[in-house]
Design a binder for this molecule. Sequence first.
Ligand SMILES: O=P(O)(O)OC[C@H]1O[C@H](OP(=O)(O)OP(=O)(O)O)[C@H](O)[C@@H]1O
Ligand SMILES: Nc1nc2[nH]cnc2c(=O)[nH]1
Length: 213
Amino acid sequence: MADAKLYISYNQIHQLIDRAVRNFELGDSYNPDLIIAIGGGGFIPARILRSFLKAKHGRNIPIQAIGLSLYEELPNAGQNGIPETPGTQVTKTQWLNFGGADTLVSLLGRKILIVDEVDDSRKTLVYAVSELQKDILKQEEQAGIAPGSSNTEIGIFVVYNKEKPKGEHLSPEIMRRYYPAATTPDRWLFFPWDCTTDIEEHTEHAKKSFGEK
Ligand SMILES: O=P(O)(O)OC[C@H]1O[C@H](OP(=O)(O)OP(=O)(O)O)[C@H](O)[C@@H]1O
Ligand SMILES: Nc1nc2[nH]cnc2c(=O)[nH]1
């Protein structure tokens, strides 16, 4: 990974999501009816995205949260833009509630949009998709229908896709519904929610990073 971190502001994230929903087929030919936000970083983008999708087609899409963690929690890492070190394995810290009598989330036939703030090595997204596909297969089995016959579709929205060779790959079918709002060079992104000092100063850095006035 290259040297300097890239500051990102709340407004930039908001505006990128706005533009993405206006410009992409997202909300048109691919019209999700369930958002799955990968926490923690995917939560705020997912909530903003829901507003823009609602403005586009008038429907409030439910958001479900999953917790996945790849980056190691070393002392101070992540705070104030100190880059974190990727671990080797994605850890599931929270998942969808389904499978028993208390099932809350039916996935079958849904158009599911996975949302995260950054696609870096792609490991987290690949893991999320493969776990979700396992759940869909289980639900199809429980419903007594053939594997793959529920027409459940998975798409992905990320605010930032880092331009770099990815360690892991998504299938061409998933990539057809892969929506990055922006691409960035391979630099550590310093998100506004990681800022624990002065958010105004952070925002000014972010404007400069992208040549804004
Ligand atoms: O493409 P990858 O290399 O897999 O990296 C992307 C993931 O890394 C971050 O999660 P992290 O594990 O830091 O958890 P957090 O969202 O709670 O900060 C980020 O939120 C993505 O989910
Ligand atoms: N905050 C932050 N988290 C990440 N997780 C993976 N890449 C990044 C990044 O560039 N910034």
